[in-house]
Design a protein around this ligand. Structure first.
Ligand SMILES: CC(C)(COP(=O)(O)OP(=O)(O)OC[C@H]1O[C@@H](n2cnc3c(N)ncnc32)[C@H](O)[C@@H]1OP(=O)(O)O)[C@@H](O)C(=O)NCCC(=O)NCCS
Length: 163
């Protein structure tokens, strides 16, 4: 069973949870992972928060081994943005990201947020499929936004879900 929670408030648990997210980041976004320090600095901003999904079947394990997915987001008045979403490689295609987005939607709607934005690489087919399933549509394309030497540039898609 999976449970979705806000970040823990107990400092040691908070640190372990963010460490676990940074480890997953390193696995799933190796070219562009956000480090523990980056995540901590972002989370110092009042407008930024993170939902965590834990695998409760791993009862006996330490908190950091239970983290199987996360969604880092920012809320500014009536608009919100997903800054990062990720699922541990061993837990993909089990509805982790969908469950995170479902809880996020409820929270944002309760705060009277009107729309949710995100940016995704045009070649990230799994993420685009997820977002389309979650009623996001492309509202803008940033041509050749992602540039890596000796490789073709990739567009960035800006997607939006209106509540
Ligand atoms: C994108 C990502 C978050 C999806 O997480 P997930 O927990 O596996 O997603 P879910 O199991 O909730 O999938 C929901 C739906 O998304 C789509 N989807 C997810 N992964 C897919 C894949 N590899 N190929 C095609 N469709 C996919 C499917 O429609 C899926 O529904 P289905 O399983 O019933 O067919 C995950 O692949 C990931 O962490 N990727 C690396 C990080 C990343 O790219 N983040 C987004 C950056 S913008």
């Amino acid at each position: 069973m999976f449970t979705i929670e806000k970040l823990p408030t107990i400092p040691s648990e908070l640190e372990q949870t963010i460490q676990a997210v940074a480890v997953i980041e390193g696995m799933i976004q190796p070219q562009d992972s956000w480090t523990y320090q980056t995540l901590v600095e972002l989370l110092e901003q009042d407008s930024i928060n993170m939902l965590i999904i834990y695998d409760q079947q791993q009862e006996e394990k330490a908190i950091n081994d239970k983290v199987v997915g996360y969604c880092l987001y920012q809320m500014v008045f009536e608009q919100a943005e997903i800054l990062r979403i990720g699922t541990h490689p061993e837990y993909k295609r089990q509805g982790i990201a969908s469950q995170l987005l479902s809880v996020l939607n409820k929270q944002l709607q309760a705060c009277e947020v009107e729309s949710l934005l995100l940016e995704v690489r045009a070649d990230n087919k799994p993420a685009i499929a997820l977002y389309e399933q979650q009623k996001f549509t492309v509202i803008h394309t940033r041509r050749d936004y992602y540039q890596v030497p000796h490789q073709p540039a990739i567009d960035a898609l800006i997607m939006q879900r209106v509540y």
